[in-house]
Design a protein around this ligand. Structure first.
Ligand code: MV4
Length: 502
């Protein structure tokens, strides 16, 4: 087992890693920006070191400073969390070169999966289905037109150095291709310093379903089933769950086997995720994420396997002590990402000081948070405040538990996206598992609490019908025996019986 781990991150994921270290008996070392000097991850760690003068948004990206603090603290390993330096192959390489253990895959694996055309090539060779399209960058606009016509419209142009939807362009007809190609190439070279573009057939309303993997240094790889991640806004996931309502045992096995082949093809070590687009029962490789992901807890709850502890054990050279046949799924888990974004104002990032924080608890509830009362929420960092995760015997039970937990959770002092989550959990389409990656674009009523034009029309019709009936002497309240003004009994008005006399 590793003796110590420096956590090169902040917020809820830093705290999550520190917690895993402490349960494993590993010394947990935090680093912090000046803005974070009394943040929960700093208070929870065994030791904490100041990153020092730098704009707050850059502190956690200071590779040299992080390596210096690793030396000074005598850290054996560095855990990058997610975001920040987690998927920079050059960081993994620098960590290893400085004599520390990088908690994650080999830097060559990170580099190969970061190049999206190389990833597609390697996956195709490994027999993993990829979306029809090119595995080499397009050489010119005319090349793009020719290949797009062969594929058939619509197609999507993507940046080879991109990922996560950055620099993506959907093209619906031949006359748009060259302009879109030029614009995409220009944007990609500005954003990534690499203008390489490739093309895929565009799938209109697939689901985003991803497979969690663990691989050890001895080359054993297991999958831990899927997560459904289709509920997202502008490539930011908001709700994730496991298992997916669209995946049965047979499909899970097929996707899981494909993901394991993908990992074996790159000698994968540690925790990783293979993202797929799922259309009906057809699935296509999209990207491989070489880090721990925000939504990892839903997998932990349905498998009973602690992914962060396994990252640390694997980095320390331990082998997986279970095989594929030992992985079984139990019940259903849902995660709501709680962000400081205001749904009533187009998910505008909100700021403020957390004045009070009431966390939900009780059966089936987990809170992975990175905030405490008094902390200032600014605009320097990602708006994720924490994640509310629930587990129950089945999906309907998990929705019920989440609704209850969302009622209990109170965050005052900063606007959050909680109103959105409450509406989503009440929604019949969400409850039925009827959605694709387009879901929230089609549902401004859920996203912003505003009615879509269809819903407004339906509401207006219902109101007109009700008014018409009322004129005929119909009283909707009396019909259910719930008369205005008489809904409280005498003892309810005088206080609840169990609140008197202790
Ligand atoms: C696609 C696609 C449809 N067809 N590729 C967006 C993020 C990046 N990882 C890939 N993305 C997409 N690639 C083809 N060929 C639709 C998306 C996409 C998407 C994918 C996953 C989750 C949410 C999404 C939202 C919009 C578009």
């Amino acid at each position: 087992m590793l003796e110590s781990v420096l956590v090169a991150n902040r917020g809820e994921i830093a705290l999550r890693v520190i917690r895993a270290c402490q349960e494993l008996g590993v010394r947990a070392i935090a680093v912090f920006s000046d803005a974070d000097r009394s943040a929960p991850h700093v208070l929870a760690a065994d030791e904490a070191y100041r990153l020092g003068p730098a704009p707050a948004s850059e502190s956690y990206l200071r590779v040299d400073r992080i390596l210096e603090l690793a030396r000074r603290s005598g850290a054996e390993a560095i855990h990058p969390g997610y975001g920040f330096l987690s998927e920079r192959a050059s960081f993994a390489e620098a960590v290893e070169a400085a004599g520390f253990v990088f908690v994650g895959p080999r830097s060559e694996t990170i580099a190969a999966m970061g190049d999206k055309t190389e990833a597609r090539r390697r996956m195709q060779e490994a027999g993993v289905p990829v979306v029809p399209g090119t595995v080499e960058p397009l050489v010119s606009g005319t090349d793009a037109v020719r290949i797009a016509e062969e594929l058939g419209f619509p197609v999507v142009l993507k940046a080879a150095a991109g990922g996560g939807g950055k620099g993506m362009r959907v093209v619906r007809g031949k006359d748009e291709v060259e302009r879109a190609f030029d614009a995409a190439a220009r944007e990609a070279s500005q954003a990534f310093g690499d203008g390489a573009i490739y093309v895929e057939k565009f799938l209109a309303t697939p689901r985003h379903v991803e497979i969690q993997l663990l691989g050890d240094a001895a080359g054993q790889v297991v999958h831990l089933g899927e997560r459904e991640c289709s509920i997202q806004r502008r490539h930011q996931k908001l709700i994730e769950e496991a298992p997916s309502p669209a995946v049965d045992g047979e499909l899970r096995e097929a996707m899981g086997e494909a993901a394991v082949r993908a990992a074996e093809a790159v000698g994968y070590r540690g925790a990783g995720t293979v993202e797929f687009l799922l259309a009906g029962r057809e699935f296509f490789f999209l990207e491989m994420n070489t880090r721990i992901q925000v939504e990892h807890p839903v997998t932990e709850l349905v498998t009973g396997i602690d992914l962060v502890k396994w990252q640390i054990r694997i980095a320390g050279g331990e082998r997986l002590d279970f095989g594929q046949a030992d992985v079984t799924l139990r019940g259903h888990a849902i995660e709501c990402r709680v962000t400081s974004e205001d749904p009533a104002h187009g998910f505008l990032p909100a700021t403020g000081r957390v004045r009070s924080l009431l966390l939900p608890s009780g059966p089936g509830v987990r809170w992975d948070g990175g905030i405490s009362t008094g902390v200032e929420i600014g605009l320097h960092y990602d708006p994720l405040l924490g994640k509310l995760i629930v587990h129950a015997e089945d999906r309907a039970g998990a929705v019920a538990t989440m609704r209850r937990a969302l009622r209990e959770l109170r965050i005052e002092g900063v606007e959050t996206c909680l109103p959105f989550h409450r509406r989503a959990m009440d929604d019949p389409d969400f409850q039925a598992g009827r959605f694709s990656i387009q879901f929230l674009e089609q549902r401004p009523d859920l996203l912003e609490g505003r009615l879509s034009s269809n819903a407004r029309l339906a509401a207006a019709l219902a109101a007109a019908l009700l008014e018409h009936k009322r004129r005929d002497g119909f009283h909707p309240r009396t019909a259910t025996g719930f008369r205005e003004g008489s809904s409280l009994t005498a003892w309810q008005r005088s206080g609840w019986p169990w609140s008197n006399g202790g």
